[in-house]
Design a protein around this ligand. Sequence first.
Ligand code: HEM
Length: 403
Amino acid sequence: MLHLKTKQTSHFNMTTKFRLYFFFPVFCCFIFFQTYLSASRFEGICSNPVLVLSDNLDHKSEAGERRSNVCLLKASKPFDPHTFIVHAIANIICVVVFGHRFSSEDESFSKLIKAIYFVIYFQATIWGRMYDAFPWLMHYFPGPHQEVFAFNAFMHSLVMNEVQNHEREKAGNPQDLIDFYLAQIEKTKDDPTSTFNKDNMVQTVVDLLLGGTETTSTTLLWALLYMVKYPGIQERVQREIEAALEPSHLISYEDRKKLPYTNAVIHETLRYSNITSVGVPRQCVRNTTLMGFHIKKGTLVLPNLHSVVYDAEHWETPWKFNPNHFLDLDGNFVNKEAFLPFSAGHRVCLGEQMARVELFIFFTNLLRAFTFQLPEGVKEINMEYILGAILQPHPYQLRAIPR
Ligand code: HEM
């Protein structure tokens, strides 16, 4: 099913307009952005996640206290890592598309994060389901479903503002996605078949903000939760990092080759947390036959990634967090055919490379700097997920002990 030529449909089956605009431009510009979102471009942007965590923790410190050690020691107090991680990850995609990051106190940034969260998780709520089933009726009723449109409008106006700033400032040397896109619009302005235009640009940026924030940050939240749950695995990762890298070494994506166990833990986190369980809804653009099954034009298709990443034929212990799934007997990293958290085929995740780099650099830096533990007295960890377009862990607290 994954290899069907499918037409992208919206996460929400709300209005035709919304459906048409939601992901379509991404498809048009796939090749352009595959080049733009290459690993090396954003590796530098996320190279200091420990500072991000420390920065965020420092906001909680009393006035006048010094950073560095003071703030790191403060990190051993129990805290919920959610906001810090989401802000850090959202800022990476902001640097890529806008060319700048936002301060955590910035109101429009907070609203953007809220909008992304709401749009991603709303659809699994009863209101989302009701709207999907009876859009014509629900349209007239008040309720949280109306907020999705308000948040969507907010995201569009925020991006439009950024575009206007770019146009005013006109950088000679393109630095971010909006710069490149504007240059592309100019280059193709005489081509009547070109899909490079402002509306598509704005929607594309919104798609990247939506696709690139909750996914990676939720995976990192699962990773920290697994480290707390399995301290033996955490310790083995830390020992590997210590043995392979000098303490002052600036961690890069290349280093994964020296850290097979750490790499295996990240892959196992992606497999086991299964955050995009049934991918993104697609729609068949023409009648198709796949392995004897006839699929009519217009049929909605959900790639069942869950069945692949938990397939007992491919995974030794599918229902257990087991980094050995990605290691051979000599401890070398091995990739697996059934490792498809980013899906496959024509509509494979556009941000896969970016997510892989972010996850590796964040996870490795954080485990090198901290040991993560449960708050004192807490024995139970809720490992169940909250159902949504992305499967997220229940809010939790942990302590980050500086190493
Ligand atoms: C752990 C992180 C991530 C996971 C597990 C993930 C997973 C996925 C999956 C399963 C799909 C649907 C593919 C299909 O329909 O077959 C998808 C699509 C998409 N993802 Fe990701 N993703 C992640 C991170 C990112 C990031 C960082 C970005 C942004 C840079 C991104 C942008 C997108 C976009 C734009 C699409 C739609 C692509 C299209 O329609 O052609 N994702 N992702």
